[in-house]
Design a protein around this ligand. Structure first.
Ligand code: WTA
Length: 660
């Protein structure tokens, strides 16, 4: 297959299927940060030396002499005898290099207000905030919860916490009071930094009131929080509790910008970020300092081909997710990039908003999720076509597999048919990009994340842990420790071992299915466990199921992720109502239970459908066969039912759904 320019080659994908390949243009290759493919084999020969060299590009207050300590697997230590200050690497270092006037953040609020922060200004604000946090008792080893909209203070708060050697736990602003409190309790956070509210879809969504509710819950765990610091943003009415709550803008006036950053050990905790697992309780993924910063900065530079002097970078992720941590805060700022931060949603006030921002700031690198691309595709190309997007030179995708159709649209309509797309596979646990093309080297294949980064040994294995051949599928693993890897599950080493290492011993089990094509490129196939991926956000079936059975009317529930054209997957819940219950009429059940889940976990977990059934398909040992329910939810032919305890259950369910 070739396009009009004849630049697209065709490659056999597998068994005769053809996929087009987009090689880098000569022009792009000539200017690329990484343009010599020997980097792969050189890094492979000595990955530790490779990462040590990347680490030395950071500023260490005490240089490391050790690289990797894997003497106690799976607990890795990287650069353990070195010391650095993560925030100073993102700020002071650039100012000291004479780059203080470079724009760090072009902030665009949803209502249209803007703010520009240079590296000097951002550094000044972070120093003041660090002094303010010190006065509130925050010091190295503490945890601070952050529950904020996408405003500069969110970034300032994260960096101020990091500057003090404390760890932040950012909780996405869409999570409920209950979810927030569970995370506060688990991390034993002493301070919460929040805002009155933030702008979303033209309205102020309240945050401080949710914090109040979270702190008022009786969870059986004594409240660890002593103070709540509130940024004024939404202007919504909030109640300030005397002795506990403080306004950021009032407190900060007492502090100047004098603050000396101390070095902390490389393995000092930088943050905890909670992510959904296969049980009801979210896992606190712990990341530390030196290795994390090394890999996020290296990949941010290589994969996006960042030219910090000229590029304007924009990643649309919220800081509540790992992408916001690694590719809004730490990667770009460590690299001295100029970036856009936008508070709101892509459709506010209309679907042209993102494209107008790209035009306004001359965004040259744009990183977003397939679900957003598909939503824009649905609206139609006539919207982005009204804007000048010619500044774009690299596009990125993250969070879920990008279907080739969306890839091509993104490439053509947003990338003008020339900007390479880097499809980046990674996880909260990996901390940084693991599998992705390098835009100056890789011939791109729509739908495939393709190649492990230099220094990363990700591969695909069968159930026995043996590497599968080209053209074959299996489970994605990482074979050697990498610098930005999860160090443990906060407070639960055993869960860390059980979740990621028990299956294959010495290989990290990612939980994703994948296959090699005939060229050896990696195609991700989605989760193989009970984790859902809705709009690129991870949700646990178990967590939603347990929220459902907490409802007084629900006896049993089973949740599946059904295919959805826009969001990738959508939550579909099957519930059995209690036989004696009179509180909930079946016709109200769907509405009420959707609302119930949203209130318990957060709006992102709201089911698309809640189907009331009289039975659930179970094996003889009582395990719910979600696979069969997924078939029903997707309107497919129901698969093999022979292992069911009662083989008639599925036809009963289907009859009920048809009747309903
Ligand atoms: C999925 C997001 C295919 C995958 C950075 C992984 C992807 C989970 C891709 C992690 C991609 C992420 N192609 N699948 N490019 N990127 N995933 O922790 O299932 O929110 O395990 O991290 O998203 O989601 P998480």
């Amino acid at each position: 297959m070739t396009d009009q320019n004849g630049t697209i080659e065709s490659h056999p994908l597998q068994h005769g299927e053809e996929v087009e390949v987009y090689p880098p243009s000569d022009e792009f290759r000539a200017q690329a940060n990484v343009r010599d493919s020997s980097v792969y084999w050189q890094a492979a020969q000595d990955p530790e030396a490779y990462w040590a060299e990347r680490a030395r590009q950071l500023k260490w207050s005490k240089p490391f002499t050790e690289i990797l300590d894997w003497s106690n697997p799976p607990f890795a230590k990287w650069f353990a005898d070195g010391e650095l200050n993560v925030a100073a690497n993102c700020l002071d270092r650039h100012v000291a290099a004479g780059l203080g006037d470079r724009v760090a953040i072009h902030f665009e609020g949803e209502p249209g207000d803007t703010r520009t922060l240079s590296y000097a200004e951002l550094t000044h604000e972070v120093k003041r905030a660090a002094n303010m946090l010190t006065s509130l008792g925050v010091s190295a080893g503490d945890r601070v919860a952050i529950y904020m909209p996408m405003i500069p203070e969110a970034v300032i708060a994260m960096l101020a916490v990091a500057r003090l050697g404390a760890a932040h736990s950012v909780v996405f602003g869409g999570f409920s009071a209950e979810s927030l409190r569970a995370r506060i309790d688990d991390a034993q956070a002493e301070l919460v930094i929040t805002a009155d509210g933030g702008y979303r879809k033209g309205r102020v969504s309240a945050l401080k009131p949710t914090v109040d509710d979270a702190l008022a819950l009786d969870t059986g765990t004594p409240l660890s929080v002593e103070r709540v610091l509130v940024v004024q943003r939404g202007g919504n009415e909030v109640v300030m509790q005397e002795g506990r709550d403080l306004w950021w803008h009032e407190e900060i006036t007492a502090f100047d910008g004098q603050h000396e950053a101390k070095g902390f050990p490389s393995e000092n905790p930088l943050f905890i970020l909670y992510t959904s697992g296969t049980t009801g309780k979210p896992k606190g993924i712990l990341h530390t300092s030196g290795g994390y910063l090394t890999q996020v900065s290296a990949t941010h530079s290589d994969v996006f081909d960042l030219k910090p002097e000229t590029d304007v970078y924009w990643c649309t992720a919220d800081i509540g997710w790992i992408t916001g941590h690694s590719y809004v805060v730490y990667g770009p700022l460590a690299n001295g990039a100029t970036q856009v931060i936008y508070e709101g949603t892509p459709e506010t006030p209309d679907w042209g908003r993102w494209w107008s921002i790209i035009q306004k700031y001359g965004v040259s690198i744009f990183y977003t999720a397939p679900t957003a691309i598909r939503a824009c595709m649905k609206v139609g190309r006539q919207v982005p076509e009204q804007y000048d997007l010619s500044s774009i030179r690299v596009l990125g995708s993250v969070g879920e597999p990008i279907n080739p159709e969306a890839w091509r649209w993104y490439h053509e309509v947003i990338g003008g048919g020339k900007a390479p797309i880097v499809d980046t596979w990674w996880q909260t646990e990996t901390g940084a990009i693991m599998i992705a093309p390098l835009p100056g080297l890789t011939g791109l294949k729509p739908g495939s994340a393709q190649v492990p980064q230099p220094g990363i040994t990700a591969t695909i294995v069968d159930e026995q842990g043996e590497r599968v051949g080209h053209g074959q599928g299996g489970l994605l693993v990482v074979q050697r420790p990498w610098p930005s890897m999860v160090r443990t599950v906060w407070g639960d080493d055993q869960r860390f071992i059980d979740t990621y290492w028990a299956k294959f011993g010495d290989q990290y089990f990612a939980g994703d299915g994948a296959r090699f094509d005939d060229d050896g490129d990696i195609w991700l196939l989605g989760r193989v466990d009970d984790v859902l991926n809705v709009s690129g956000h991870r949700l646990s079936t178990a967590e939603i199921e347990s929220a459902l059975v907490e409802h007084h009317a629900v006896a049993e529930s089973a949740v599946v992720g059904a295919h959805d054209d826009t969001t990738g997957q959508a939550v579909v819940a099957f519930v059995i109502l209690k036989s004696q219950q009179t509180l909930l009429a079946p016709e109200q059940a769907e509405v009420e239970l959707k609302q119930h889940v949203a209130a318990h976990i957060g709006a992102i977990a709201r089911p698309r459908r809640v189907l009331v059934v009289s039975e659930l398909p179970k094996t003889r040992s009582g395990k719910i066969m979600r696979r069969l329910l997924k078939d029903v939810a997707e309107g497919k032919e129901v698969g093999d039912t022979t292992t069911l305890a009662d083989t008639k259950v599925m036809s009963t369910i289907q009859d009920q759904l048809r009747a309903g």
